[in-house]
Design a protein around this ligand. Structure first.
Ligand code: AMP
Length: 537
């Protein structure tokens, strides 16, 4: 067979010729809306490629972005990787210290930033970390005296739309994303052209994400978090239109954009999508064309899928993955015989699981001694993964992050059932080890969140002199609602094993949410890990 390299440029060329008139809509600075199609998009990508070359950006250089989901961010994805450089997406929600560390570690040569992140860009400029070029993602000059930077649209206008893409080997690095670094410093994961293309091809298939050319997809998941789950590559591959919501993450604004733009498909983490669901419930309406939804990044609560599906006729697909797995590794599509055999209630319960592995990925569950855990849907084990889009080593590291047999330990505890459906039970550091037995904090949280008065729940293992750890539950209740510890206990009573009952309940106004939209259990542990010991007589 011919050696036809799988590169991001191959996706760009395909969408330009095959689906050139499909639209991209971008909500950007000062509430402006930018509309164009894939032909015009490809022209601007070539202008940007010329601009990058004129700045001296070469193959292998890291070019950083600090940006919302916009058309310009999408152009950067393709132009940077297309010239053989590496598109390094920085999560602006990281602390300044973390961002400084990441930029230095990555050795970024240029930075493209949204106006909203001017303060971060100014900090990076004054820190003198070797970034030579700063460009604001805007159409005209925002006034600032802090430092000198270029303006994106002006930069593009000065360039021609002609560009001959270099022939790249498919194993060339194309993207770089740092993990949230819950322990120690953030770690960089490099994606290659090949891994991106294979991930896009498999994940978008009708058996998986089911992206079709008539879809209008809005990736609510940020493009600074694991490449928005690969959607900037997998959506154009099959010619679907795209809507970029910019900084508009508030449910009212998001709802209006989804409705106005007739979005058919959204993807996001449970916190943002639950807020959207709440807004839809208050209106008793859904965005008019919306009928497909992908949720992942954290476990949705147990009523999430049911409400979207039964009340709003939106098909929910639940997936699991990590920065290290590009990220899509499993998706919860029902096998044909299960659709026939299971009741609607049973199907909904199954859809809450994280699903089955995609072609190109393999999973296994092991005990601490490395022995295999049976696939019986009950036995817990450490989840290991390997595959064509799973990271082998972290950026800058000499050593592999996999074990001797080439498997990557995810840090998740899971079960796999007889039909191969994976269920994440907990992060290994979050699972509560009480008297030698394990209690799933995630399961307790999910059950508590079904109590009508409860908006959010988080459970941590707090120190206990007898049992080592016992569950402590933190609760955020709905506004103006009073609920007592006793009432929560009563609600949980017949839904969990008796020894899972939290030893105490703490009512809080809000829970700490981290840079990737997940509850920061580490902060909760720092604050509350001695709460049970302190309350003992
Ligand atoms: P990140 O690399 O920041 O995307 O985080 C990856 C981690 O998020 C995984 O190892 C899981 O612990 C968690 N995660 C991702 N998707 C899910 C899901 N659908 N359900 C539960 N946890 C998830």
């Amino acid at each position: 067979m011919m050696n036809f390299p799988l590169t991001t440029v191959s996706i760009l060329k395909h969408v330009e010729t095959e689906y050139g008139n499909r639209e991209l809509v971008s909500y950007c600075e000062q509430d402006s809306v930018f509309r164009y199609n894939y032909v015009e998009f490809s022209q601007r990508v070539r202008q940007l490629a010329n601009s990058l070359i004129s700045k001296g950006i070469k193959k292998g250089d890291r070019v950083a972005t600090l940006a919302w989901n916009t058309h310009r961010h999408m152009e950067l994805y393709y132009a940077i990787s297309g010239i053989g450089a590496i598109c390094h997406t920085i999560n602006p929600r990281y602390s300044m210290d973390q961002i400084r560390y990441i930029v230095k570690h990555a050795g970024d040569k240029a930075l493209y930033f949204d106006g909203d992140f001017l303060a971060i860009a100014a900090m990076l400029h004054s820190a003198n970390l070797g970034v030579e070029h700063f460009t604001c993602l805007a159409n005209d000059k925002a006034s600032t005296e802090e430092f000198t930077f270029m303006v994106y649209d002006e930069e593009l206008q000065s360039q021609t739309t002609d560009f001959v893409w270099p022939e790249l080997d498919e194993n060339t690095n194309a993207g770089l994303c740092y993990t949230s670094g819950t322990t120690g410093n953030p770690k960089g994961v490099l994606y290659t052209h090949r891994s991106i293309c294979l991930h896009s091809l498999v994940s978008s298939h009708s058996e998986n994400l089911d992206i079709e050319s008539q879809d209008v997809v809005c990736p609510i998941v940020p493009m600074f978090h694991v490449n928005a789950w690969g959607l900037p590559y997998s959506v154009p591959l099959f010619g679907a239109s795209m809507v970029f919501a910019g900084a508009n993450m508030q449910p009212e604004k998001l709802y209006k954009i989804l409705d106005d733009e007739a979005v058919t498909y959204i993807a996001g983490v449970p916190t943002i999508l639950s807020a959207l669901l709440g807004h839809m419930e208050s209106k008793q309406m859904k965005p008019k064309a919306l009928h497909k939804l992908l949720v992942g990044g954290a476990a949705p609560n147990s009523t999430f899928i049911e409400k979207f599906e039964q009340n709003f006729s939106i098909d929910v697909l639940h997936g699991w993955g990590m920065t290290e797995t590009s990220p899509v590794a499993t998706l919860c599509k029902l096998k044909p015989h299960l659709k026939e055999e299971l009741t609607i209630g049973e199907q909904l319960a199954l859809k809450n699981k994280q699903g089955r592995k995609l072609y190109g990925v393999e999973l296994k569950l092991v005990n601490t001694d490395g022995s295999l855990v049976p696939h019986d849907g009950k036995s817990y084990g450490d989840l290991l993964v390997r595959g064509a889009w799973v990271s082998e080593r972290y950026y800058g590291s000499e050593t592999s992050s996999s074990n001797q047999d080439g498997w990557f330990a995810t840090g998740d505890i899971a079960t796999i059932d007889e039909n191969n459906y994976l269920q994440i039970v907990d992060r290994s550091k979050d699972v509560i080890k009480s008297g030698g037995e394990w209690i799933s904090s995630v399961e307790l949280e999910n059950i508590a969140a079904t109590m009508p008065e409860v908006q959010q729940a988080a459970v941590i293992g707090a120190f206990h002199p007898k049992w080592d750890e016992r569950p402590l539950m933190l609760l955020v209740t709905s506004p103006d609602v009073q609920v007592s510890k006793e009432e929560v206990k009563q609600f949980l009573q017949d839904k969990i094993p008796s020894w899972w009952m939290p030893d105490d309940f703490v009512f809080v106004k809000s829970l700490p949410i981290g840079a990737t939209g997940k509850i920061q259990k580490r902060d909760l542990r720092d604050k509350y890990q001695n709460a049970l010991v302190d309350s003992l007589p």
